[in-house]
Design a protein. Structure first.
Length: 328
């Protein structure tokens, strides 16, 4: 049995899809479905059970012997969330409780960290998981801090030789885009936000640059297709000897203008972009550049290529966003 927390969410549901596609029979999803269309993220795939997050540990205690691994993607993922108590409860407390449960029960744990832990990128984007290296990072928002808190706590536990799960892996996701992100509202990728305008022949909107050296639309991100993220998780499940904290991007930064251009190109149209001022309240917390160093994951043995921005956007637009049923 594989338990996927946040399994009806964006990355989580793509992991469920990948597990289902390869024939995993006992996939248990832990998530809130609420009253929207989030259920549709799971509708194409066989799932053994769905449990609510507040029932998770009762379920694990009752059926823990059946669990092979927990893939923990559940979190408050909004970078603009200001309720820090909620973030602590959902992102820190739950992850550390799962870490402790897996350590005691000898179960594997793969969990989501984030590139938001790198803050403004001044210290670079090397996924050195040592306590000393992590101490140099300065996240810019409560979400990034919560992920960094967990990374640091786990690094300290490992350095002390404390009990750990038999396999553990934290994944620092960079800018993920792709199917099943539709419920994320303002946290959707720019690719999805720009699609309606591109489809209708209108101009997409991007922020102007407010930093010397970056053109309007020239802000850079490491955009990674969600299918690649799911592939890395499945590879980790297939390689139980691999543990550590790893970046999950492509290793290549591309501009937002490139991203928008790829959306229009996938629709057979020339790009149209309107540039607007960035809100003042986020200017001092805005990342102008992210690019994952992928050397550690490669050194661990992951050798599959990552999808190019153009190929990923083409697949997303043509095989999902333009279809009557855009869900994976």
């Amino acid at each position: 049995m594989i338990v996927v927390t946040g399994g009806a969410g964006f990355i989580g549901s793509n992991i469920v899809a990948a597990l289902s596609d390869r024939g995993e029979a006992d996939i248990v999803v832990c998530d809130w479905l609420d009253d929207g269309d989030k259920w549709r993220n799971l509708a194409h795939h066989e799932v053994a059970d769905i449990i609510l997050p507040d029932e998770l540990f009762a379920f694990l205690d009752a059926r823990g012997d059946e669990v092979d691994a927990i893939v923990h993607m559940g979190a408050v993922s909004s970078t603009t969330e200001r309720d820090v108590d909620l973030i602590v409860d959902s992102n820190i407390r739950l992850t550390l409780d799962l870490w402790n449960w897996c350590s005691v029960r000898d179960k594997r744990l793969i969990f989501a960290s984030s590139a938001a832990t790198y803050g403004d990128g001044e210290q670079g984007f090397d996924d050195d998981g040592s306590p000393a290296a992590l101490a140099q990072l300065r996240p810019l928002n409560p979400y990034g801090w919560s992920k960094h808190f967990v990374d640091r706590r786990i690094a300290r536990q490992v350095s002390r030789g404390a009990a750990t799960p038999p396999q553990w892996a934290g994944l620092k996701f960079f800018n993920v885009y792709g199917p099943n992100e539709y419920h994320k509202e303002d946290m959707r990728s720019v690719a999805h936000k720009s699609f309606p305008a591109a489809r209708d022949g209108l101009a997409a909107t991007l922020f102007k640059s407010h930093r010397e050296g970056y053109a309007d639309g020239g802000q850079l991100r490491d955009f990674v297709y969600v299918r690649d993220c799911a592939d890395v998780v499945l590879w980790l499940l297939d390689n139980p000897g691999v543990s550590g904290l790893y970046n999950l991007g492509t290793g290549q930064a591309r501009s937002f203008a490139d991203l928008i251009g790829a959306v229009y190109q996938a629709l057979g149209a020339a790009p149209k972009i309107d540039y607007v001022d960035m809100p003042e309240e986020i200017r001092d917390r805005y990342q102008y550049f992210t690019q994952a160093s992928m050397d550690r994951l490669r050194a661990a043995g992951y050798d599959r290529p990552f999808t190019s921005l153009e190929d990923g956007i083409t697949d997303y637009v043509q095989n999902y966003l333009t279809r009557p049923d855009p869900f994976r």
